[in-house]
Design a protein around this ligand. Structure first.
Ligand code: FE
Length: 201
């Protein structure tokens, strides 16, 4: 029987984000870490009620349940990474336009203020985790989550994320997370994807 979850194709070549994120980092991050979350989740859900559920349903059903922590962690990490790769683009960065720009101005007081808040959240997240731009009942907010936690649990719609687990940057930036965060924001963020997510909300 086919396994319920598979590793989605990267939307670009492994070398396409260099030098901001090296092909070596993507090779390990996508090819090893992300793939392992998918493989482990498939093993964990085999023969259970979760085998034919969506990732979102599994995340919501297992959140906060200590007995299901392994399933939650692997499902969360699969979802988060599936989403993260699309938040980056080889010729990304710059500024959003249109409705997204207006919304960021309304909710944060301008694009530069949003960028500052997002970068601060990414740098301040203690230990492994994620910084996010979410829509919370129509209001855009910056939030951070630990480990495999997801804004989906709180009913928020993710629009953008940055992975701040050390595996996302250590080969390229070592301990300098702020340098990784700044470079990703300036050079790689895929504002077209963020705008699509805002439109679907
Ligand atoms: Fe990661």
């Amino acid at each position: 029987m086919a396994e319920p979850f598979s590793l989605p194709r990267l939307p670009y070549a492994e070398s396409a984000l260099a030098p901001t994120i090296s092909a070596q980092t993507i090779g390990f991050h996508y090819g090893k870490h992300h793939k392992t979350y998918v493989d482990t989740l498939n093993e964990l859900v085999a023969g259970t009620e979760f085998a034919d559920q969506s990732l979102e349903d599994i995340i919501k059903a297992t959140a906060g349940n200590a007995d299901k922590a392994q399933i939650f962690n692997n499902a969360g990490q699969v979802w988060n990474h599936n989403f993260y790769w699309h938040c980056l683009a080889p010729k990304g960065g710059g500024k959003p336009t249109g409705a997204l720009e207006d919304k960021l101005s309304t909710n944060f007081g301008g694009f530069d203020k949003f960028k500052k808040e997002f970068a601060e959240a990414a740098v301040a997240q203690f230990g492994s985790g994620w910084a996010w731009l979410v829509s919370d009942n129509g209001t855009l907010k910056v939030v951070k989550t630990s480990n495999a936690e997801s804004p989906l649990i709180k009913g928020q719609t993710p629009l953008l994320t940055i992975d701040v687990w050390e595996h996302a940057y250590y080969l390229d930036y070592q301990n300098k997370r702020p340098d990784y965060v700044k470079a990703v924001i300036e050079k790689l963020l895929n504002w077209n994807f963020v705008a699509e997510n805002l439109g679907k909300r």
